[in-house]
Design a protein around this ligand. Structure first.
Ligand code: NAP
Length: 282
């Protein structure tokens, strides 16, 4: 059994990775700026990407690390490079990076630069490149009220259940044969946003209508709602890829790593869609 450091341990993928690893008997150091409580097999660790004085303590005695870059910002490649260097010096052997599908489309872009920071670290590395998370609609920035507003046209996305990402992360952190691999991860079928809204409505117990937003209006609205402008621009660009049909492709990474099919959007919604019945946070 290994001792593993999980960054973003209170977030969408990280907290599920913690659960999978502890259920398998591994010792987990669960890191975030505001870490959760201690429990059997879980040691909470205070970790802040912007405070390097927290990094060495988090890495002490660790065999492998799940790296979740700080969300909603694009300045993370140098942070990840410095962190990976410290990990190597601390004797960590393996890193699994949560990247994103399409990271390799732009060699100088922040996603690929973050990947290269891990690849060049001297650690054994694996890259996870998931498509859009299903949980964005229940735990993330795209949670709908009575409207699902997106500048996505009739583009389609094979949304992935983050539990599948967590299962793949745990398998690659603790299993053999994944070093030097980049896994593209998606659900089994691409849905358009009208289908998404219909499925969400079924589980929310209220109507949810898809509104195809004007891309520029949507981006202005995202900034007005508090997203950093550069991040809103990147999300706008990602919607453009969806709109143009480029995100519809289904990837086989989940089945390749886990030997079972990826979870469908409908299966995910049946399991977690009840979260939509709670009031939308202000
Ligand atoms: N959402 C998608 O569809 C999607 C698709 C592909 C890839 N991704 C990638 O997934 C990654 C995670 O995004 P997410 O929205 O799912 O976030 P998340 O993992 O749900 O939440 C962020 C986690 O990181 C921690 N965190 C945030 N800022 C931190 C900081 N400065 N230092 C240390 N820990 C910090 C948070 O805890 P504290 O706040 O307590 O620190 C929390 O545990 C991003 O890099 C994103 O690009 C997302």
């Amino acid at each position: 059994m290994s001792s593993l450091l999980i960054l973003g341990a209170t977030g969408k993928t990280g907290r599920r990775v913690v659960d999978v690893l502890t259920a398998a008997g591994h010792t987990v150091h669960a890191a975030a700026r505001t870490p959760g409580p201690a429990s059997a097999g879980v040691t909470p660790v205070a970790f802040d990407w912007d405070d390097p004085s927290t990094h060495d303590a988090a890495l002490a005695g660790v065999d492998g690390v799940y790296v979740v870059p700080p969300a909603l910002r694009l300045d993370n490649p140098p942070l990840i490079a410095a962190f990976a260097g410290r990990a190597r010096s601390a004797g960590v052997q393996r890193a699994v990076l949560l990247s994103a599908r399409g990271a390799d489309a732009d060699a100088s872009g922040p996603l690929r630069q973050a990947e290269l920071a891990i690849e060049r670290s001297g650690l054994e590395w694996t890259l996870l490149r998931p498509t859009w998370f299903a949980q964005n609609f229940t735990e993330g920035v795209f949670r709908p009220d009575d409207a699902l507003v997106a500048p996505a046209g009739d583009g389609r996305v094979p949304f992935i259940d983050v539990q599948d990402i967590a299962d793949v992360a745990a398998a690659t952190l603790t299993g053999e044969g994944h070093a030097g691999s980049a896994y593209e991860l998606s659900g089994p079928r691409a849905l358009d946003f009208g289908e998404v809204a219909a499925t969400l409505a079924e589980h929310a117990g209220r109507p949810v209508a898809y509104v195809d937003a004007d891309p520029a209006d949507w981006e202005r609205g995202a900034v007005a709602a508090g997203l950093p402008p550069d991040y809103a621009a990147m999300l706008g660009m990602l919607h453009q890829l969806v709109r143009a049909g480029h995100e519809a492709v289904v990837s086989d990474g989940v089945e390749h790593v886990l030997g079972r099919p990826a979870t469908s959007f409908e299966e995910w919604a049946a399991r977690e869609g009840h979260a939509l019945r709670a009031p939308v946070p202000a």
